[in-house]
Design a protein around this ligand. Structure first.
Ligand code: ATP
Length: 407
């Protein structure tokens, strides 16, 4: 059976992955065999999300009615039902449904009615609390298809704790140092900050992301912290770029995430707050791309682009621009400076002789029809560039993984 759960938390606390971890424990204690715990990230642009739009799916063998009741009891006990925007959903199916709904929930927007209809059609045990919106994520989680996956080790403190977490930052830097590139994004080395310890009032103590359960467990074992009350390794679509689809300028839908290629059409502009705006042209249609201030050093790369550079961009189309997650530089345009030519008689630079009349030396009257055009060296190197770990979206594939793939 597959048990999906979503929408149990609120800005004031809780986390659906914590309820998933409690359910794994509870099923194990009841004699069920838990085959897999999945942490499924869905469309990062849905307005209803609390934080990272996560749902969980537990794959297990055992009594489906027991599992359904256990999941519902955990939601009743732990979900922040007092919060207006917390609308949990629990779905239990005996076999994986068609993955089409998962892909739509990952890449597009879904309706509650559709999720209810699909639950009924799949013969699922299901329950929605309040408006039942969590059924969307819960059904998408049981329908999830994971052609590429990574792992996350989550350590939890007790659900009542909401204060500062006691986790030694030096041990996190050391764990990343020892296990990178097999784990990633525990810290942001360039910006000198810890990324894997949340600051929100939820039960997550820290989370380690990496290529396999073994690697994330090794890294987690190196971290000095207050003792976790619970731990869980999830298999996840995080770090896979699963939310990205090919896009075309002029045919982008609000809240969807794309990869598209084009030519830089104008020099990047730095806006108030340090946000960088870049205009890309694809088949005569212009698209604005944004590198926001939190992307820190990535903005230097965007600032160094000039008209004519060929690039491929990835990111979400929101409010009339692509919010850049990563960029591939495909071809670098020559950068030149054009100046009046030097006078051959050694009188320094000529000056313009008037519109369309070439250049003239003001001392000896020698003329030249042509300007002096010099190529400037460009430091830019073709290849992929990404936002730093502090600004990374859960679903975005870090480049340390991308080297495994040809695109
Ligand atoms: P956490 O991950 O910390 O548990 P969250 O950020 O995942 O919180 P939720 O509280 O789960 O946020 O809220 C997301 C809500 O949006 C859920 O009700 C989920 O069912 C719904 N949802 C997820 N994906 C889509 C989608 N593509 N279209 C419409 N609704 C969606």
């Amino acid at each position: 059976m597959l048990i999906g759960i979503d929408d149990t938390d609120s800005p004031a606390g809780m986390c659906t992955t914590y309820i998933g971890a409690l359910l794994v424990k509870c099923l194990g204690e009841a004699g069920c065999t838990v085959r897999e715990a999945r942490l499924i990230r869905l469309n990062p642009n849905v307005p209803y999300k609390t934080r990272g739009n996560a749902a969980v799916c537990i794959v297990a063998d055992g009594d489906a009615e027991y599992a359904f009741q256990a999941a519902c009891d955990l939601v009743d006990a732990y979900a922040d039902l007092a919060c207006d925007t917390t609308n949990p959903g629990v779905v239990v199916v005996s076999k994986p449904p068609d993955s089409a709904f998962y892909y739509r929930a990952l890449r597009d927007f879904c309706e509650i009615d559709e999720a209810v209809r699909l639950c009924k059609a799949a013969g699922a045990r299901f329950r929605g609390w309040k408006n039942g919106r969590g059924l969307i994520g819960a059904f998408a989680a049981v329908a999830s298809d994971l052609p590429d996956t990574t792992s996350e080790y989550l350590a939890y403190r007790s659900a009542e704790c909401t204060g500062v977490r006691d986790v030694d930052p030096a041990s996190i830097f050391a764990a990343e140092e020892a296990t990178y590139p097999h784990t990633w994004d525990s810290v942001d080395r360039e910006n000198g900050v810890v990324v894997c310890v949340p600051h929100t009032p939820d039960p997550v103590l820290f989370g380690i992301r990496g290529e396999s359960p073994a690697w994330v467990t090794v890294a987690a074992g190196m971290i000095r912290s207050e003792p976790p009350v619970l731990t869980q390794v999830y298999r996840t679509n995080q770090g896979t770029d699963a939310h990205i689809v090919p896009g075309r300028a002029g045919a982008l839908a609000e809240g969807c995430s794309y990869r598209l290629q084009g030519t830089v059409a104008a020099l990047p502009v730095t806006r108030r707050g340090g946000h960088i705006s870049l205009i890309l042209e694809d088949a005569g249609v212009r698209v604005r791309c944004m590198a926001y201030e939190p992307t820190k050093g990535f903005r230097d790369l965007i600032r160094s682009l000039i008209p004519g550079d060929r690039i491929l961009v990835q990111g979400s189309w929101k409010g009339g621009s692509i919010n850049l997650e990563k960029v591939r530089i495909d071809a670098i345009a020559p950068e030149t400076v054009t100046r009046p030519p030097l006078c051959p008689a050694g009188h320094g630079r000529m000056t313009s002789a008037g519109a369309g009349k070439g250049y003239k030396c003001r001392r000896c009257s020698l003329r030249s029809p042509y300007p002096d055009v010099t190529d400037l060296p460009r430091k830019l190197v073709p290849g992929w560039y990404e936002v730093p770990p502090i600004a990374r979206r859960h679903l975005a594939m870090p480049l340390v993984r991308k080297r495994l793939f040809s695109n």
